[in-house]
Structures are given as structure tokens and as C-alpha cells.
Ligand binder design. Sequence first.
Ligand SMILES: Nc1ncnc2c1ncn2[C@@H]1O[C@H](COP(=O)(O)OP(=O)(O)OP(=O)(O)O)[C@@H](O)[C@H]1O
Length: 982
Amino acid sequence: MASTSTLPTPARPVTNPPTGSLPPIPTPKPRRSLPAAPDTRSASPYRPSGLRTPSSPKPSLRSPLSSSNSTSNLSTVRSASNGRTPSSPDKSLRRTISIASFPQPPKAAGSSNRPSTASSVTGVPASGSTGSGTGTGSGSKPKRGSRLSTGTTSSYRSSKTPSLLNGSADGKSILADARDPEASPGHSRSSSAQGSCSTSATTFDDVDDASTAKGGEGGSKKEMKGNVIVSVRVRPDAPNGETARTHGEWSVEGRQSLVSYRGKEGGDYYYDNVFTSHENNAKVYDSAAKRLVRRVMEGYHGTVFAYGMTGTGKTFSMQGTATSPGVIPLAITDIFSFIRETPHREFLLRVSYLEIYNEKIHDLLSAPAAGSGPAAQQEEIKLREDSKRGVYATPLKEEIVQSPTQLLRVIARGDHSRRTSSTQFNSRSSRSHAVVQIVVESRERVPSNNAQDKRAGIAPGGVRVSTLSLIDLAGSERAADDKERRTEGAHINKSLLTLGNIISGLSDSKEKQASSGDGRHLPYRDSKLTRLLQPALSGNSLVSILCTVQLVSGVNANTGETLNTLKFAARAKNNIVSHAKKAEEAYGAGGGDSGSRVLLERYRMEISALRGQLDTQAKAQAEKELKWDEQQFEKEAHARHEEQVLEMQLARTALKERIEHLNRLILSSKSTGVNNHGSMSALGRLSRMSSIDNGTRSLRSSASQSTLGAGYSHSMRPISFMSVTSNDPMPGFPGGSFGHEEEDDMGEFGDGKASLQRQVTALQADLGDKNRYISTLERRLLQARRSSHSRMSVGVKSTTSTIAEHPDSSALLREKDMEINELRIQLDDKDRMLAALRSAARHRDLAAITGDAQSPDLALAAKGEIPTAPNSPPTTSHGSGPTPMDKGASPMAPPPLPAHLRNGDGEGERDRKRNMDEVSKMLDEMIQGRVEGGHLERDSLGAVKNTVDFSRRVSTSAEVRGLKPSPPTPVPTAPLPASPPK
Ligand SMILES: Nc1ncnc2c1ncn2[C@@H]1O[C@H](COP(=O)(O)OP(=O)(O)OP(=O)(O)O)[C@@H](O)[C@H]1O
């Protein structure tokens, strides 16, 4: 079994402590006798506190102090010491530094394989049976519990006190053997915890609590001691790592954690771990630091530091190399492994890196200006003390790290800034103490089933903050030749001396505390290093000390230095008492580890605050988007509405136009006088009557103005009509208004019984249409002529050639001319008809006024013997000469009566007859003219009909490009009644 499993063995006091370059421990003050518990050691000129006497022979729960202070032990020690160092009774250096004097664990009290301390203290005074070198002689392996140290030989034994660091504090025997086969080799370490030693020590509860429960200071003290691990590492001589097992007077037994020196002032030195020169960094880490690192992750403070002479391998052990990573990189790997293995907690890591150079603190992570030293432009870093944080440097940069790589990079950056120089013993000697501090914040995660709490960032537990300090001390050295080295060396040595003094003083302090309750003042403030290490040294932290030595024989041997290192290690193990507790959990940003330092809490709160802000912003954004969407929708709806309104307006306009057009067509159709039965209306008849009124003005222009400009409205009288009737209001239509009656009389209109006025109106409308059409044609014609002219004027040949080359154009022109002529003729016909109608109307009116005696005529007319207009007023019998109205005769006017039917009024009768004849003649002439012109032809019955082929004309006109006028109101083709025979 490994040496770690062995039980404590009694220590052998060193009679002649080695001397070296380490400054001597201050001269002890004469120990005062305490009245309450008189100390028998006061009789001794040596400080008994420095000597670790064997434990009490009986396993007990007594405290180490009580054990060590027992009279029997003391007497043994004293006698041993006195016996061994008679020549130096007044030497101030502590004589015995025995780790093996730690009390036995309570649970192992009954263990049979644990040797009695009484029996182990066999080697007393110089009479020891083994004598110098006994037990460590060549080839003889000393056995635990039986090792003797006699004469000038001392034996220092490391106990395996149950502790947080050896995994046996609760007696569950989870003993972490440094030689645990599960430990990974340094070269192939994985970041997984599986590759590392079991850390079932995490099952431990707080040691102090447990030990207190076990009843007593004794148990507590024992376990506290177990919280400090001291290891010694032997550096190989040769670069290849090969070193003889024996180095002259030195011998190393790794399995027994033993270093023996058989020279003058020699002795056996047992520690928790002794690493031979064959053992690599992984082994060192697994045995010396791994558990401590895991404990730090659980909430304890932990400190690992390397101590030793320059060039003995401190930096090699702490940092390692690429192929053999040291304590720092392996610890980093384990930290993240632990985090991965602990899903129920969340962690936050921050790291700082400082160095103490010439008693000044420098931040190795604050990037100095290029070309300047690390100290350049750096604010002076001071050490402060806080009840929660203890001693800390400020201002110091702390970097939050999230991965092993990141953490290693940060540390590598710091290493780069660290001061190194070449010394006699080390080409790259560290000239400063370097302190890496990794602060671990952790707390329970919110249970996954409570999503609401998780969202709100509410954690069930507080934040626990612990610190892992990894310290590579500068090496103690002899005075150098170089002045700068000398200065550095002086500072280094001074700080190391102070450290040694404090560790030595810890024993006194404990003893004093135990006896009087008053602790002795320790000079922590004498150096920056000890000030910074104060929390760890005073018991608030788990401690692991790695002392490096190089065992060289011969002239260059630094035996004194080596022995000093070994003694320092022994003293540290013996004196440092750790009562490390798990850090308290801090709740909220204001509690625990200086409140605001608890970044995990601060970040958590910040996260929840930011999350709240994010939610609010997201909500506001969503509302904004919703509003914007609504606005967009409204805008689109509005635009759509406007489009629809526009479309409707257009549709309405189109419909109105259509209606207008249709109305016009209807009226035009009606104006033709063709009723549903195909009979010719009076209007139809009238439309074909020519007027002989030579003085009648052409209605074309006025009609054009009225119909083209004012449109066609029932409520608006055409200008043409007005112009015609302005001076001659139509009889029978008082006031000249016939709007309503016009509507009412539509039926009559179709039956040929329409009033004359309406016929005139219809004709006006028809005329308007035609005028429009004509003017359109005229315009087109004009344009055609102009373009034709312009074409013809292009060249000399153009005139003939154009006509010759464009026979179609000339033909078209001719056709258009013909069409216009025809239309003019029609217009003239209508003018004449109008004139005739007016004339007839006047005649009728005159007749009505002047010939009241014509009633018999009217009566006859009523009987149908005489044709008459249905609504014709009674004609007058005035036989006066011809009036202007006599020139025309209305077809509705009663025809002239036969002479035999008249009342002897031959004159009037003649006049009438003449008038009628005139009218008949006029009409006949008109018809005849048309017939001769080829526009009308007579049928067999003597009726006339129109011969103009409108369909042909329309199609012809339509053939003209861009000219599609509305077809003119076709001239009724109904046969006109034959003019009465003369
Ligand atoms: N165990 C070891 N195995 C192999 N080489 C080692 C070992 N220990 C130290 N060395 C080598 O010895 C030399 C000095 O080691 P290192 O710098 O670590 O010493 P040191 O104690 O830190 O010195 P200083 O106090 O001057 O800084 C280095 O080259 C290092 O590689």
C-alpha cells in the first residue's frame, strides 16, 4: 500500500537542524510559564513548539496540542533533543518538525495496524539502537512506526490525518492514494474527471462541524491538520530525469514518503508525499493538489504553493511543459471537469494573476505598453483587508473565463509578463513570486421543473464564492554577484524568511492560544507575500505545499539549503492548522462575499433585468408593428376605397354617356316618326317635306352650337329652336314651354299625332346630330385636303404622281364630297320642310283668326270628308290677302274646302284654294326635285321613297381610317305620301 495509507509514526526530534541560506528563525522568546497550565517546556532552552513529539501512546481524541504538550511527550522530546544536541542548547531553531506527530484519527483508533505512538518512539536519545543512518542504510527500508532517529539523525513522519484532502475525514475510507491507478498520466490527461482520481470526498460535510460533533478540540484539530498537505519533490540531476536513488548521503523513498540524510545533522524526513525524480507532473498533481482543487470547487478556499531553492523545479512543477503540464494547467482541466460533472450548479470563474517583485505587486494581466516593463504605467497595487474577502490586492484585473483554453491563455499571458533572469542555478529563474487566483462562484441551479422561476432568474440557493490560489514562489538563493540579482535575492530571501518565521510562529501562536486564549502576533505584514498568504496560513484555507529539492552531493551540494527546505516543509505541515470551511452562500448582490463581488448574482440579476427589458421592448415592438400593420391596412383600405370610388365614378360616367347616347338614339329614332307598327308618323312625313321658305336661315350652324355645346336636355330648349321661335312664339304652346307635355305626349308622338312643336323639337335634335356629323366630316375633309396639299407640294411631279399613285385617296375625297353634298341636300330638305310647316302653321292660325265662319268646314273636316290635323285649331274665314304665312301650308292644316261647300264666300274660298295650291305646288316641286336628283323615286302608286344607300355610305365612311362618326340618323325610308294631284 502506498505510504499515504500508513498511519502516523512518531517523529524523531532533530538534534542538529541543518543550517543553510534560509535566515535563521528568530530567536524564540523565553517561554513564559502559564499559571493555568504550567508548561514544563519552559525548562527547556528550546522551543518545544517547534518540535513535534510523538503522539500519545494511546489513541485518543485529544488535540494535537494536548498531545504534543503532554508531559511525557515533552519530556521525551526534551530528553531526545537534549541528548542529541548538547552542543546547541540555546539554538533558536526549532529542533523537531515532525508531521508524524499528528494525532491519529479517531476512527482508526482501534486499528490494529496502526502502531502505537509510544512504541514508535523508540528512538530516543543518542542511545537509539539504530544510531546514525539506522534504518535508512543502504538497502534497508525503514518501517513505519519503527523508524529510529538517533544521534544526529532525525525522523520526520507525515501523518495521514483524516481530512478534506485525503478523503478519509468521514471514515468512509475514500482514501486518495497518490498512487491511485485511476490517476491519469500527465501526458495523456483528459479533461474529464473520469480520467482523474475519484473525488468522492465531495460527500463530506463540513469537517469542522463533523469533528466538533465528534466531541472535542482534539478531533477538530486532527482534521484541521489533515487539511494541510506537504509534499517534497526531488528534481532529477540529469536532464533526462534519471537520478540515482541514492545521492551520496541522501536517500529517497517515494513509497514511504521519506527523504533521509545521513550526513552530519542528518535524519529521516517523512511527508505526505515524496516524489522521486522519476515521477512526473501528473503524479504530483494527483497526489498534492487534485483533491484540494475539487474542494475549492465545492466551496472551500485552497492554496497551493511551491517552495524551494532556485532551480529545483518549482516553476516546472507548477506550470509544467507542453508535454508534461503542471499543477496549474491540470487544475484548470479539473475545474472544468468538475463543472461538467455538476449540472445542478452553475459556475462563474474569474482569474487574476499578479507577481510580487522587489516587494511590489504587479498585475500580470494588465497589458503594459509595448517596450515598457510590466511595471510601467501601472497603478500601484495595494493589499487591503476585508472581513469577507480577507486580504486582497487592488486594483487588480480579473478576467472572466468560460473554457480551459481561455483560462490557460490568460495565465500564459501573465507568464509572459513575469520577470525571469538567468542566475547561477537557473538560466530562467523566476525573480518574483507569482500568484494565480481563480475565483469560483457557484450556486444551485433552478430546478428545471420550475420554468417560471427559471425565467425570472430566481435561484433556490445563494452564491458560494471560493478561491484557488496557485503560487510559484521565487527561489531562495545565495548572494549573487550581480547587483540586480542581489537586490532581487534580498527581497526574495526576506519574504521567504518572513514566511518561514510565520510558519514557525504558528506553533507558538497555537500553543499560546490554547493556553491563554490569546494568539501571538505574527509578522504577516513584514512582506507582501506573507500578507497575501495570511488567510491561507491562518487557517481559512486548505493548503498544499510542494517543496522542491535537488539532492546533490559533493562540492556543489547545497545541503544546507536542501535541509532548510525540508525543515520548512516539516514545520509547515506541523504548524499550519486549517479550519477551512465552506464559504457561506451569499444571497443577493449585497451579501456574502463583499456583495458586489459576487458576479454570479450580479449577472443573474442583470440578466433578469435585461430579460425584462427585452420582454418590454419586444412587447412594445410587437404593439408598434401591430399599429403599423393596422395603419398600413387602413391606408391600403383607403387606397382601395378611393380606387373603387374612382372606378364607380368612371363607370357612372360611362353609364351616363351610354344612357345619353341611348336617349339620343331613342329620340332620334322617334324623331323619324316610325312607330311600332311601322306606320309613318306625321313627323316622318314632315321630315320629308321641303320648305319653300327661301328666307329661312340655315339651322345647321345654330344647331351645331346648341347640340354640341349644350348637349341634349329636356329642360333646355335648343338654341336653334329659340332662334326660330324667338320672334314667333309657337301658337298652342303658351310661354313657349312644353317640357312636361312633351313627356306626356310621347305616345301621341309615335302615333303621328304629335304636336307641331314637338315635331320641330325632334327635328331640331335630329338636325343637331346631323350637324355634328357634318362638322366632323368637314373637319376631316379639311385635314385630308391639307395633308393632300402638303403632299402634293413636295415636288414638281408630286401633283400628278400623288393623284396617280394614290387613286384611293382621290376616290375617297370624291366620295366624301358626295356624302357631304347628300347631307346638305337632306339638310336643305329639312329646312324646307320646316319652312313649309311653319308656313302651314301660320296659315292655319290666320285662318283660325279670320275665318270663324268656316265652322261648317271644320265640321266636315271632323266628319273625315276633309283631311285635317287632329289638333289643328279652327281656321278662320278671313279672306284677306295672302299673309306671310300663306306661303306655307301645314300638312295638318285643313285642306281647302270645295267651293260648293263654302258659304258663298267666293273670295275667301279662292284665297284658300290658291294657298293650298301653292303649298301643293311647292311640295310637288320639292319632291320632283328630289326625284330628279335621284334621291327619291316614285313607286307604282306614286309614293316616293329615298334611294340613298346609307349603309353603303356608312361603310364607306367607316373605311376611312380614324373616322368613325356615329352614323347619321338614317333618313326614313318609309314611302312618303304622294303629293295630292293638282
Ligand atoms: N522534475 C523535473 N524533471 C525534469 N526537469 C526539471 C524538473 N524540475 C526542474 N527541471 C528543470 O530544471 C530547470 C529549473 O527548473 P525551474 O525553473 O522550474 O526551477 P525553479 O525552482 O522554478 O527556479 P527559480 O526559483 O529560479 O525560478 C528547468 O530547466 C526545468 O525544466
